[in-house]
Design a protein around this ligand. Structure first.
Ligand code: DC
Length: 222
């Protein structure tokens, strides 16, 4: 299998994390969760007591902090934040700093460096549109808001004591609005991406469909 770049985009709770991890394991590719990078920056902005719209300060963190997001562990400047970044407070902080163009510019540059040489599955919101418009395979995963809220509410890695699926659904709708209406790289379907509605599909089925796209691409390029 050649070192392809596989872009997996879509809203929260669409299954990007689970599917991207499975694909990367099967192909022995690196898996890069770009949402975790935005979350790590949001965490640091909060910890430092900065305003969520302080663009120069947040961009300096995005540019200069040591951010590691591989191997299931997320750290920023050597502090393991794997668990701390999966809370409702950081959902809000990450969505806020993700609106800031200077933050995006810094993280996109890092993401491009991380994938140099290919052999990567990168998940996010703008991977197929902005980070790698020429990605070899582009998939846009979606699911109904109800299904996404249900998945997020039962996601053991996402903590913070929200009051069940209704509260999660409200916060997902708010984040969808923030992610799709921001001026800088809004979440949108790339014209050449394969749209996959995962509502009611088993993870194995989604993984098989994405792997079929990858194999078709590999066969076409070899
Ligand atoms: O995928 P996630 O929920 O962990 O993402 C956290 C936030 O970061 C979310 O509000 C969307 C934003 N994000 C983004 O703007 N661009 C990306 N490539 C990845 C995430």
């Amino acid at each position: 299998m050649p070192g392809l770049i596989i872009a997996i985009d879509g809203p929260s709770g669409a299954g990007k994390g689970t599917v991207s991890r499975a694909i990367s394991e099967q192909l022995r590719y690196r898996h890069v969760d770009t949402g975790a990078m935005y979350r790590a920056v949001g965490w640091r902005v909060q910890r430092d007591g900065l305003a969520l719209d302080d663009e120069p300060a947040a961009a300096a963190i995005a540019r200069d902090a040591a951010i590691v997001v591989e191997g299931g562990v997320v750290s920023i400047d050597g502090i393991d934040v794997t668990r701390e970044i999966r809370t409702p407070a950081i959902d809000t902080a990450a969505a806020a700093i993700a609106r800031l163009p200077a933050v995006r510019e810094a993280l996109v540059a890092r993401q491009r460096r991380l994938a140099s040489g290919g052999g990567v599955v990168m998940e996010g919101r703008d991977i197929g549109t902005v980070v790698f418009p020429a990605a070899d395979v582009k998939v846009y995963l979606d699911a109904t808001p109800e299904e996404r809220a249900r998945r997020r509410a039962t996601d053991a890695s996402h903590t913070g004591g929200q009051a069940g699926t209704a509260a999660v659904a409200a916060s997902i709708v708010a984040r969808d609005r923030s992610d799709t209406t921001r001026a800088a790289s809004p979440l949108t379907l790339a014209p050449d991406a394969t749209y996959l509605d995962t509502t009611g599909l088993a993870v194995a089925e989604v993984v098989a469909r994405v792997l079929a796209l990858v194999q078709a691409k590999a066969a076409a390029t070899s």
